[in-house]
Design a protein around this ligand. Structure first.
Ligand SMILES: O=C(CO)[C@H](O)[C@H](O)COP(=O)(O)O
Length: 211
């Protein structure tokens, strides 16, 4: 069964906690988005884990250097998954994997901006990555890009890793992502931008479970 990851992309601490409370019944992973973690830091990881001990917390660090050093405190604070850029050196990726393994967590390698996504995915998987993230970022989405073709390419490699997909996923596209082999579907704006985030999350949960 595919997991739903809710991207909490607000900067505001209280709004982030309130949104998590609304959507938690329908999602598996609460993601602290990159702007949000930069703004709020470890305090938010601790608060979110305390409020939702039954959910996985993904900290979207998008680490680019000093992998083990940067990721370790976020695992120690209650994060279950942290992200590292696929564009970074393999030594950095291996550092985040090491930090994850030392804390019973998982490392997600984010392919955002990577030219040869298949090559990086294979290399990261061979080095023990837990999750490969196919990701069209917000700025690339604004320029009309989507993650769907890349998702098929990466799941088609048959690597022994989970594949997650992010980038403008909504109720019209979520089932095709699951059918294309995504183990984790990430949703941000389609939930937090909806008139009722809870209703939107509930609808997406039903679609994923029926896919
Ligand atoms: O990581 C992100 C941006 O870098 C977003 O959290 C991710 O793209 C999910 O949000 P949306 O569904 O709005 O695209």
């Amino acid at each position: 069964m595919a997991e739903i990851q809710m991207a909490l992309d607000s900067l505001d601490f209280d709004a982030t906690m309130a949104l998590a409370e609304q959507v938690a019944p329908y999602v598996d992973i609460l993601e602290i988005g990159t702007p949000c973690i930069k703004y709020n830091g470890l305090k938010l990881v601790k608060a979110l884990k305390a409020a939702h001990p039954d959910k996985k917390i993904l900290v979207d660090l998008k680490t680019m250097d000093a992998g083990e050093y940067e990721a370790t405190p976020f695992f120690e604070a209650g994060g279950d998954i942290t992200t590292v850029l696929g564009a970074s050196d393999m030594a950095t990726i291996k550092g985040v994997i090491k930090a994850a393994n030392a804390n019973g967590g998982e490392a997600q390698i984010d392919l955002i901006g990577v030219e040869d996504k298949a090559a990086v995915a294979k290399d990261a998987a061979a080095n023990g990555a837990h999750i490969i993230g196919v990701h069209t970022g917000l700025d690339a989405q604004a320029a009309g890009q989507t993650p769907f073709e890349d998702l098929k390419t990466i799941t088609g490699l048959g690597l022994n890793v989970k594949v997650s997909v992010a980038g403008g996923i909504n109720k019209d596209t979520i089932q095709s992502c699951v059918k294309a082999g995504a183990a984790i579907v990430v949703v941000g704006a389609a939930i937090y931008g909806a008139p009722s985030p809870a209703e939107s999350a509930k609808e997406l949960r039903a679609l994923v479970d029926a896919a």
